[in-house]
Design a binder for this molecule. Structure first.
Ligand code: ISL
Length: 554
C-alpha cells in the first residue's frame, strides 16, 4: 500500500517514548477517590526533561462508560466521562501537554460499544430505523424442542461464556467478543464506518496526536458468520481456530481507510492493539507511523535465551524497514516487576528492583517505540486483590477451563508519596493501594539515583540525545557470556553496544570477542556508575547489570 505524501519527518516522534496513563488510577484531583484529567494536569511535570522525558502520553479510555469493563465499554465516544472530568479539562490537558512538547494519544474502542450506548438501545429496540443494523444481530440457527433458540454459530466470548446473547424483544441474538455489555459493532455496515470516522475527525480537530486502536484486527467478521474450526486448547476461546471472527481478508483495506483520515493531518501516529495473534501478523499490519503492538517480549520469561528468541523473531518479522513497538507492561498484563522476577523464581527484593532496572534498559535499548506503563518507572508490582474487591469482570468467572489473570492487580493507584492515599487521592481510593506505597513512591525514588526511577530517568535522558538508540539499526550479537544478551544500535557515526545480564551473579564479557579492534566507553546503565571495560577489553557485569557503551576511536 503506498504511503501517503506526508513527510516522515513529521513522525519523528514515533521513535520517542510513549507513557500509558490509566486515568482512573493516575491522580485524583477532586478527592472522589478516582483518578481524573485534572489530576493528570497536576502531574505533567512528572514528564519534565529532568524527570521522565517522554514524547507522548496514551490515555486509556476517557469517554462516558457504565464502567463494566472500566471504560472499554463506551456509551458516548465523543466526549469525556464526568467521572474523569469535562471537555474543558481535556482541552486544558492537551494544551498543557503540547506546551511541554508532549503528544496526546487517545484509546479508540471502535470494535464494540457499551450496551447503554444510544446506538445499541435503538438497535435493540427495533429491526427498523437507522441503527437496526449497527450491531451483529442474527436469527437463531434453530430451536431446541423446548423452544430455546440456538446461537447462529459456535463463536464464544474471549472473556469466558457464550458469545451470543438472545434478545427476545428483537427475536435475535447479538455477538459480543467481550462482555455481554459490550455488543460488537457491525463494521460491514457503511453507516457504522461513517459514524466512526466522524468521531475520529472530532478528536483530531481537538488536537489529538494519535490513537491506540483497541482490538483493531477484530473489527471485521466473516460476512457469513461461519463457525470457527475447533482445535485443542485450555479454554473455550483457545479451542477455536479464529478464522472467521478476527483478521478478515478485507481488514487491511478497512484500516487503510482509517489511516487515510488520520493522515489528513500531518504528524499523527496510530498504534493497533493486535488481539489474540502473534508477532508476524503485527508486522504485516504495520506501516510507516501506523505501528502495531506485538506481544512476543511481553510473553517471554526473563532469561537471555527467551529474550534472544523474541528479539530475533521481532527483527525477522519487522525487518529493518518496519517499525516495531516495545512494551513489557500495560493495563491488561502482570506488571513487569512482578512477572519477570517471578518467571525465574526471584519475585522478592532486591531481585525485583534489579530486574526492573535491567528490563528498563531492554525496553529503551531495543529498536522500536517504547511504551511505559504508569508506575513501572518506580518498580510498582502487582497487588493482591481480595475477591470482593476485584474490578475485572472476567476474573470473577476464572476457573480450570477459563484461566484468567485478574487485571485489577496491575491497575492500582499510582504511588506518588508516602503520605495518606499515597498522594493519589485525599479520598477513599477506588481500588486499594499497593501495600508498599509508603516506601515505593515517586517522592522517595526521585532523589535516589540507585532507585528504579533513577535508572529510568538516566536511560531516558541518554536516549533523548542518542539518534542510534532512538532510530538506529539493530544487530543482536553473541555475547560469549552465559545469560548475557548483546546487541548494537547504530546511526550515522554513533555505534552503541547494549549488554544485559539476566542473572543475579557477575558475568565477564570479552568485548574484543564481540567487536575486535573497537574500544568501548560506558555511557549509561542500571548502575549510577556503569561498569567499564578493563584495558584488555574485558567487562565484568555486576549481578543483573545492564549497560550501554559507545564505540570510541582508539
Ligand atoms: O486481557 C488480556 C489478557 O490478559 C488481553 O488479551 C486483552 O483482553 C485483549 O488484548 C483485548 O484488550 C483490549 O480490549 C478489551 C479490554 O478489556 C482491554 O482492557 C483492552 O486492552 C475489550 O475492550
Amino acid at each position: 500500500m503506498p504511503a501517503p505524501a506526508a513527510s516522515a519527518a513529521a513522525h519523528d516522534w514515533r521513535d520517542g517514548v510513549v507513557y500509558q496513563i490509566y486515568p482512573r488510577s493516575f491522580a485524583d484531583h477532586d478527592g472522589d477517590g478516582t483518578g481524573d484529567l485534572p489530576g493528570i494536569i497536576d502531574h505533567l511535570d512528572h514528564f519534565g526533561p529532568d524527570r521522565l522525558p517522554i514524547e507522548a502520553i496514551w490515555l486509556s479510555p476517557i469517554y462516558p462508560s457504565p464502567g463494566r469493563d472500566l471504560g472499554y465499554d463506551v456509551s458516548d465516544h465523543t466526549t469525556v466521562d464526568p467521572l474523569l472530568g469535562t471537555d474543558q479539562d481535556f482541552d486544558r490537558l492537551v494544551a498543557g501537554c503540547h506546551g511541554r512538547g508532549i503528544k496526546v494519544i487517545l484509546d479508540l474502542v471502535m470494535n464494540h460499544t457499551s450496551d447503554e450506548h444510544p446506538w445499541f438501545l435503538a438497535s435493540k429496540a427495533s429491526r427498523e430505523g437507522p441503527y437496526a443494523d449497527f450491531y451483529l444481530w442474527r436469527d437463531p440457527s434453530g430451536w431446541e424442542e423446548n423452544g430455546t433458540p440456538l446461537p447462529p454459530n459456535n463463536w464464544v466470548s474471549f472473556f469466558g461464556g457464550p458469545g451470543w446473547e438472545w434478545v427476545p424483544g428483537r427475536g435475535q441474538f447479538y455477538y459480543h467478543t467481550f462482555l455481554v455489555q459490550q455488543p460488537e459493532l457491525n463494521w460491514r455496515n457503511p453507516a457504522v464506518e461513517a459514524a466512526q470516522w466522524d468521531m475520529v475527525r472530532g478528536w483530531l480537530d481537538r488536537g489529538v496526536d494519535g490513537f491506540r486502536l483497541d482490538v483493531f484486527n477484530a473489527y471485521l467478521k466473516d460476512p457469513e458468520l461461519r463457525s470457527n474450526p475447533v482445535i485443542e486448547g485450555n479454554s473455550p476461546w483457545a479451542r477455536q481456530d479464529h478464522r472467521y471472527d478476527i483478521d478478515q481478508p478485507d481488514f487491511p483495506e478497512l484500516i487503510e481507510r482509517f489511516r487515510a483520515i488520520v493522515d489528513e493531518r500531518p504528524g499523527r501516529m496510530t498504534i493497533g492493539e493486535l488481539f489474540s495473534r502473534e508477532t508476524e501478523l503485527a508486522a504485516k499490519y504495520a506501516r510507516d507511523w501506523h505501528i502495531v503492538f506485538d506481544w512476543s517480549l511481553m510473553e517471554s520469561r526473563w532469561t537471555a535465551a527467551a529474550y534472544a528468541a523474541s528479539i530475533d523473531r521481532r527483527e525477522r518479522s519487522f525487518g529493518p524497514d518496519l517499525w516495531p513497538t516495545v512494551a513489557l507492561s500495560n493495563h491488561d498484563r502482570e506488571r513487569q516487576a512482578t512477572r519477570l522476577s517471578a518467571s525465574v523464581g526471584r519475585d522478592r527484593e532486591p531481585d525485583r528492583d534489579a530486574i526492573a532496572k535491567a528490563a528498563a534498559v531492554v525496553i529503551l535499548g531495543l529498536r522500536g517505540t517504547p511504551f511505559l506503563y504508569y508506575g513501572e518507572e518506580i518498580g510498582m508490582v502487582d497487588v493482591d486483590i481480595p475477591r470482593d474487591e476485584i474490578v475485572d469482570p472476567p476474573a470473577l468467572r476464572a476457573g480450570p477451563d477459563f484461566p484468567w489473570y485478574d487485571r485489577s492487580r496491575c491497575r492500582t493507584p499510582m504511588q506518588w508519596s508516602s503520605g495518606p492515599g499515597a498522594g493519589f487521592t485525599t479520598g477513599r481510593p477506588w481500588l486499594r493501594l499497593g501495600p508498599d506505597a509508603a516506601d515505593r513512591n515517586v517522592e522517595s525514588e526521585v532523589p535516589d539515583p540507585d532507585s528504579v526511577f533513577g535508572c529510568y530517568r538516566r536511560v531516558l535522558a541518554f536516549r533523548a540525545t542518542s539518534a542510534a538508540l532512538r532510530r538506529g539499526g539493530m544487530t543482536r550479537l553473541e555475547s560469549g557470556a552465559a545469560d548475557v544478551l548483546a546487541w548494537t544500535r547504530e546511526a550515522a557515526a554513533e555505534r552503541l553496544l547494549v549488554l544485559v545480564s539476566f542473572v543475579g551473579e557477575t558475568r565477564t564479557v570479552d568485548l574484543a570477542g564481540i567487536a575486535p579492534g573497537t574500544s568501548w566507553t560506558p555511557r549509561v546503565g542500571t548502575r549510577r556508575e556503569p561498569s567499564a571495560p578493563s584495558d584488555h577489553g574485558r567487562l565484568e557485569l555486576a549481578p543483573d547489570e545492564a549497560v550501554i557503551l559507545e564505540s570510541v576511536e582508539r
